[in-house]
Design a protein around this ligand. Structure first.
Ligand code: TYD
Length: 202
């Protein structure tokens, strides 16, 4: 059996990544694979309960990082690892790069603490491909303002998202073998073309 692949979607709030998950899932299905789509924080019953707390309750920065990784531990055990072991493909709307970007780049938690948690929770597993949807801050803010009620992270200010985007781009440069940068400023059809090209190489 072809081993399953693990694809993650990343980007700052307002980059539009969630719009494209269905498209990528359909492309992978059309290529004959079973696909599981999931998200973080969340993806399990416990994880979705933690998501409610994480997105709406103020808490200490380290509590936030620890809960992100606690939800992730559950997600890996219940959903991601079993699916990959079956040979299915997993598409996750955010994973550990989001914790480095948001709690690290955005909130300034020391990177070494996050590396310790990453090593604890998934010492051997990394995404096969990470699709980073990139837009300048001004574009992201405009898209967010046009949408619904904002959660705790979406209410953050420009310097937070500047730090978040910088950390995403720093990680993309650090791990070029798995990161693929998507220009998400262009119309949806052009984003789809970029995605099709990337998928044809996996
Ligand atoms: P998001 O993925 O943007 O979902 P929606 O499209 O429904 O708003 O929301 C999840 C939020 O959680 C997002 O603002 C980023 C934040 N987050 C972190 O701060 N750290 C993490 O490790 C993860 C996975 C998400």
């Amino acid at each position: 059996m072809t081993p399953g692949k693990f694809i993650t979607f990343e980007g700052i709030d307002g980059a539009g990544k969630s719009t494209h998950i269905g498209f990528v899932a359909e492309c992978v299905r059309a290529a004959g694979h079973i696909v599981i789509t999931t998200r973080e924080p969340g993806g399990t019953t416990l994880g979705e309960t933690l998501r409610e707390l994480l997105l709406h309750r103020p808490m200490h920065l380290e509590t936030e990082a620890l809960l992100m990784f606690a939800a992730r531990r559950e997600h890996l055990a219940e959903v991601i690892e079993p699916a990959l072991a079956r040979g299915d493909w997993v598409i996750s709307d955010r994973f550990t790069d989001a914790t480095f970007a948001y709690q690290g780049g955005g909130r300034k938690l020391e990177r070494t603490k996050l590396e310790t948690l990453e090593h604890w929770v998934h010492p051997h597993l990394q995404p096969d491909i990470t699709l980073l949807f990139d837009v300048p801050l001004a574009v992201a803010r405009q898209r967010l303002d046009a949408s619904r009620t904002l959660d705790k992270f979406e209410q953050e200010q420009a310097d937070f998202f500047g730090g978040t985007r910088d950390e995403y781009l720093r990680r993309a440069a650090e791990f070029p073998e798995r990161f693929r940068l998507i220009d998400a400023t262009v119309p949806i059809v052009n984003v789809h073309k970029q995605l099709e090209k990337i998928l044809s190489t996996i």
